[in-house]
Design a protein around this ligand. Structure first.
Ligand code: CA
Length: 637
């Protein structure tokens, strides 16, 4: 039954290209348009509330068949705040479904709500823009954060715990008076806050006083904010206005916002509204009725179909237009096709040329519904010039192979080829067309935190040495060519103990206790020293253009590896305009003495210190501390 969707005739007859799918509201009337080519009839149910169990229907409107598989209806009057669903008769059944183009919903996303979107705009929204407008992606420093992790800990001092508004609070302090939350992130010097899913997801019951913790990789409504992050999930406009308020405040504080989007699968394939309205169209289902499962979530999105592709393009454009989102991180983008991804980046860039795009370009098995489709995997980077990929090469190089929990990496003594170290430092792993396509990281929400990973791979090392390993990983990844990215709290030795003496490597639905950032740690000397070190690394990177090249040709012209006798020590010279930078990474547990190139050098990064002020003057030789990075600069002759 699903093969009908695969034919060229079907695509030709039923590809709608208009921009008015969903609801078009005005004070005088509301127009609805739904794509449902196989439906026999469609009725709009109007409701007083968004509560799925309430029998509060206040009317219904029949839709008429219109062009290219769409249905339309218009109702006069001001419908702002009215909830609705579609009752679709298809394949001899009546199904009630939410609008795939819903702009907001009632609690738990069952009923869509008609909304005057302008009434949700915070003050000054028409002047709001990306604070990093005009900069290149390699100028970004990305901080990956779950909304709830920021504020749930008691010591956060944040009022709106677990909410969008918690990210919009300034002046918050831990019990020792140290800045937490937004102020803290701002002081770190990162440029982009990357938020784990904030669209409406399914696992968490929004109606609970304290909804369950979840990362949110289980999409229900792709175009509405998640209700559990709002102070009132029952009223559709609240989640919208509060999410915008958060974004406005972050922008006002110089931070761009990246949204984690999960278009490759949905929470529940058969129950997803698009799949209810046009049975099975949204997902890859073969002739035997088997759902393709490369995502390991039970269903893969059929992005290669015209109206799914359009849906994805429309959705990303909507978030960029309506919510002023400055970047998108695509979950398992390797399951989405190249053409769709390129249409997304092209369409968004027409109005918002600064928006950045990156994702997980892993190669996973999926059953496509069309022939000759190319997937958005790392080796196709040449075909996706506006897209960057998570760099697992540098991740595995530094912290060890992700699949083997106790496999060490370069930072804790694994024998490492200088060729790979060089390729990673230069932003040139084999799969990347250009350095700007490398999102360099040693930790993200997935897998063990960096500090936990170090504990597992260096069980005999002292805590002081483990902290050295953490710093060395940060120095190498933040100073490499490409785009630095790190998991919130990596800079304060974040750990997720599982309560059993081990570590939680997949805390997607663990407690807040495991997941929340522990703000009391700011007051501990080793933690605060490490935070300062990250701040210094970020400031140093920002101060040197040559560390932020976009293209291979520029890297070849400015970066050079210098041979050195010790296989655990790598040296690089970087020409930065009128300055020269000399970088030494020492993974051995011994201090090493390194001959400096001619001239007088300023020591900028050394042992546990990093920044943009000279620590000392050096000439002839420099002593590099065990397991650490040393970086010097000098004015060129
Ligand atoms: Ca939800």
């Amino acid at each position: 039954m699903f093969e009908i969707y695969n034919s060229a005739d079907f695509e030709k007859a039923y590809t709608y290209t208009g921009t008015d799918l969903g609801v078009t509201w005005s004070k005088e009337q509301t127009t609805f348009r739904l794509w449902a080519p196989t439906a026999d009839s469609v009725i709009i149910n109007l409701y007083e509330s968004g509560e799925p169990e309430k029998n509060d229907k206040i009317g219904s409107v029949s839709m008429s068949r219109d062009v290219q598989g769409t249905w339309t209806a218009t109702k006069t009057g001001d419908l702002n705040g009215i909830y609705y669903t579609y009752l679709v008769h298809v394949e001899d059944q009546d199904v009630e479904a939410c609008d795939p183009y819903a702009r907001t919903t009632g609690v738990n996303g069952y009923r869509a709500m008609i909304m005057d979107l302008r009434s949700t705009d915070p003050e000054g929204w028409d002047q709001d823009k990306d604070p990093n407008f005009g900069k290149a992606i390699t100028d970004a420093v990305i901080y990956e954060l779950h909304v709830r992790d920021l504020s749930m800990n008691e010591a956060s001092g944040i009022q709106n715990k677990g909410k969008f508004l918690g990210l919009a609070e300034t002046g918050t302090k831990n019990p020792d008076g140290l800045s937490t939350g937004l102020d803290y992130i701002k002081e770190l010097g990162v440029t982009h806050i990357h938020l784990l899913p904030v669209y409406d997801y399914g696992f968490t019951d929004e109606s609970l006083p304290l909804p369950q913790y979840n990362w949110g990789y289980d999409p229900v409504n792709f175009n509405t904010p998640e209700g559990s992050f709002s102070t009132d999930p029952h009223h559709g406009a609240t989640r919208v206005s509060e999410m915008k308020q958060m974004i406005k405040t972050l922008h006002d504080n110089g931070l761009s916002v990246v949204m984690d989007v999960v278009y490759n699968h949905v929470y529940d394939g058969p129950e997803f509204c698009f799949n209810k309205i046009v049975p099975g169209y949204f997902s890859r289902i073969n002739a035997e009725g088997i759902w393709s499962n490369g995502s390991i979530c039970g269903n893969d999105t059929a992005s290669e179909r015209n109206m799914v592709r359009k849906y994805l393009v429309d959705s990303v454009c909507y978030w960029a237009d309506e919510y002023h989102i400055d970047g998108f991180r695509f979950d398992l983008v390797g399951l989405i096709d190249v053409q769709t991804m390129n249409e997304i980046t092209t369409e968004v860039h027409k109005k918002h040329p600064n928006v950045i795009f990156y994702g997980e370009g892993w190669d996973m098995p999926t059953e496509l519904t069309k022939q000759d489709i190319e997937l958005a995997i790392q080796p196709n980077s040449t075909k996706m010039p506006a897209f960057s990929f998570f760099n697992d090469t540098i991740r595995d190089l530094l912290r060890g192979k992700i699949q083997v929990h106790d496999a060490p990496g370069y930072i804790n003594g694994a024998p490492t080829s200088k060729e790979i170290l060089n390729a990673c430092f230069m932003g040139m792993p084999t799969w990347a067309a250009e350095p700007y396509q490398c999102i360099n990281y040693v930790s993200c929400h997935d897998n063990h935190t960096l500090f936990d990973r170090i504990a597992l791979t260096a069980p005999d090392a002292s805590e002081a040495d483990r902290i050295r390993m953490n710093r060395l990983a940060a120095a190498f990844s933040i100073l490499s060519q490409g785009v630095p990215f790190f998991h919130a709290g990596e800079e304060m030795l974040r750990t997720k103990p599982d309560g059993d003496g081990g570590f939680d490597e997949n805390s997607y639905r663990s407690s807040d206790e495991v997941n929340a950032i522990r703000w009391e740690n700011l007051s501990k000397p080793e933690h605060s020293k490490t935070i300062n070190y990250y701040r210094g690394l970020i400031a140093f990177r920002k101060a040197h253009n040559a560390l932020r090249n976009q293209y291979r040709k520029d890297v070849f012209n400015s970066v050079q590896m210098i041979p050195f006798r010790n296989h655990q020590v790598v040296l690089f010279r970087v020409l930065d305009g009128t300055q020269e930078i000399f970088l030494i990474f020492n993974a051995s547990s011994e201090a090493v003495s390194v001959d400096l190139p001619t001239g007088n050098w300023d020591l900028m990064i050394h042992d546990d210190m990093a920044g943009t002020d000279s620590i000392a003057q050096k000439a002839g030789k420099v002593e590099v501390a065990p397991i650490s990075a040393t970086v010097l600069t000098r004015a060129c002759d």
